[in-house]
Design a protein around this ligand. Sequence first.
Ligand SMILES: CC(C)(COP(=O)(O)OP(=O)(O)OC[C@H]1O[C@@H](n2cnc3c(N)ncnc32)[C@H](O)[C@@H]1OP(=O)(O)O)[C@@H](O)C(=O)NCCC(=O)NCCS
Length: 144
Amino acid sequence: MASLLMPAAMASTHAAAFTRSRPWSEAEFAELLDNRLTFVVGDERCFALIRVIVDEAELLTIATHPDHQRQGLARAVMTDWQAQAAQRGAVTAFLEVAADNRQACHLYAVSGYSICGNRPAYYPRQDGTAVDAQMMRRALPTAN
Ligand SMILES: CC(C)(COP(=O)(O)OP(=O)(O)OC[C@H]1O[C@@H](n2cnc3c(N)ncnc32)[C@H](O)[C@@H]1OP(=O)(O)O)[C@@H](O)C(=O)NCCC(=O)NCCS
């Protein structure tokens, strides 16, 4: 089922969850959702935005509002979007994550992702430092 989540709610949850990097604006979410290759899964507590191009899915972002973290919402949203991406024809899923993002790295590991690359000093931090991006991938379950 398609999510009814609106760009304003996505921007609000994103801003609450992403405290160390620039949150995405309502206009940015609206533009991404306007693209037929992207779709959103979840609700205002936790959502993921995904792009599928031919047989590859990319997780563009995932966020759980701090009031609802550690309740299994992101794990469930991961399962849901991967199934929807497979139905759209994706056989492989990719994502990237800041190497020091412990919560997200754990989430992706328990969701079946393995590291497949590294981008040195990819994410700038407000203190002037930069952290590596880890590229991760997994094969998707076959759609029924
Ligand atoms: C990463 C994030 C989406 C996880 O959302 P969540 O709904 O709290 O995650 P879940 O409750 O579904 O937890 C799933 C798994 O993630 C990992 N995890 C989540 N929070 C964690 C924490 N505080 N410390 C360590 N591992 C954590 C665990 O492996 C957990 O499984 P477990 O509970 O069985 O141990 C959330 O912390 C968030 O929004 N962070 C800020 C935004 C962000 O970093 N997004 C990812 C960018 S790549």
